[in-house]
Write a protein that binds this ligand. Structure first.
Ligand code: SF4
Length: 337
């Protein structure tokens, strides 16, 4: 961005005037900031406020949270969902309590249970003034529009690029305010479907707006949905062994590997029962295998029985191994011979 200093100034002035009065913004102690950031991860601001207030009343300090019974903790969290967040909060509170103080560096905060890059950046910048840009979904969207980012927003490469851009834009003297201002801009002005560009404090710095393409960003490429293919394998299991065929040496895939037959390879085979199923994915195709058990009258050319002992000594394809595991599991189940 050409005028990063002007951008920071406009953003921070707007934030000072227009920020919402949220309970966790009333002081910058790490404990309440951390609790609010975890609660906000999968829940909207308005829904979080009553939970946040009740939680802080019930557990007003790291120590109170560390010493809470699991029942009390889960009762205070009930309704927010994703209970692993509450358990991680308590695990982290125990560590902080043991160590005697809240860590004040990004890396130390990042190591606590349940804390990812975003939360560590938010807490370390808001509570300790550490210069780390916090990149959540809102901020990624704002940046992708400001910079007219043409990479897929879902790709890790784009994320790395946006993180670098955010770190460069960050106001290093007021990183906590800056991070909160970016989040606020995304939550109240640069909205996903309807960016409010006429009300935006940084409109003159926005590449997408300049070219009238603000609705085109962020760019989300459609993921190729995997093809799903149904297949069947037939286990012909006799005293002398299990029926297999071997891929020829010039086979394009798995040359020389042994495979179980598909029923279509054994005309006249009698299918007796289904003994299991499994999925197997190759590149973009997921194969859903039904494993059947059956019998044949005569062994066709190219097929042979492999003894159970020799199965450990020959190369078996993964699908054959998965099918044999179905056979094995069925035998281990009560009521099966
Ligand atoms: Fe978002 Fe519009 Fe502001 Fe650009 S000008 S940051 S698109 S609200």
């Amino acid at each position: 961005m050409r005028n990063a200093a002007g951008f920071r100034r406009s953003l921070l002035q707007w934030y000072a005037r227009h920020k919402r009065d949220l309970p966790w913004r009333r002081n910058s102690d790490p404990y309440p900031v951390w609790i609010s950031e975890i609660m906000l991860q999968q829940t909207r601001v308005n829904a979080v406020i009553p939970y946040y207030e009740r939680f802080l009343n019930r557990f007003p300090s790291v120590e109170a949270l560390a010493c809470a019974s699991e029942q009390d903790l889960l009762a205070a969290w009930a309704g927010l969902g994703y209970y692993s967040r509450a358990r991680n909060l308590q695990a982290a509170a125990k560590l902080i309590h043991e160590r005697g103080r809240f860590p004040n560096e990004y890396e130390q905060i990042r190591e606590l249970p349940g804390i990812g890059d975003y939360t560590a950046a938010a807490v370390s910048s808001i509570s300790f003034g550490r210069p780390r840009a916090a990149l959540d979904g809102n901020v990624m969207r704002v940046l992708s529009r400001l910079l007219a980012e043409t990479g897929d927003i879902g790709s890790p490469v784009t994320r790395v690029r946006l993180q670098a851009a955010a770190d460069e834009l960050l106001d290093r003297k007021r990183p906590g305010e800056f991070n909160q201002a970016m989040m606020e801009l995304g939550a109240t002005v640069c909205l996903p479907q309807q960016p409010q560009c006429l009300l935006c404090p940084v409109t003159e710095h926005c590449e997408a707006r300049r070219s009238g393409r603000q609705r085109e960003f962020p760019i989300k490429r459609k993921r190729a949905s995997p093809n799903v293919v149904a297949k069947e394998l037939l286990v012909v299991n006799k005293r002398c062994g299990i029926l297999f065929w071997q891929r020829p040496a010039d086979s394009r895939r798995l040359a020389g590997f042994w495979e179980l037959p598909e029923p279509s390879q054994l005309p006249g085979a009698r299918v007796e029962k289904t003994i299991g199923q499994f999925r197997h994915t190759i590149v973009n195709t997921t194969y859903c295998f039904q494993v059947l058990e059956g019998s044949i009258q005569t062994v066709p050319d190219g097929f042979s029985y492999l003894t159970k002992k020799s199965l450990d000594e020959v190369p078996l394809s993964t699908t054959a191994k998965k099918a044999l595991a179905c056979l094995q599991n069925r035998r281990l189940m009560p009521g099966h011979g």
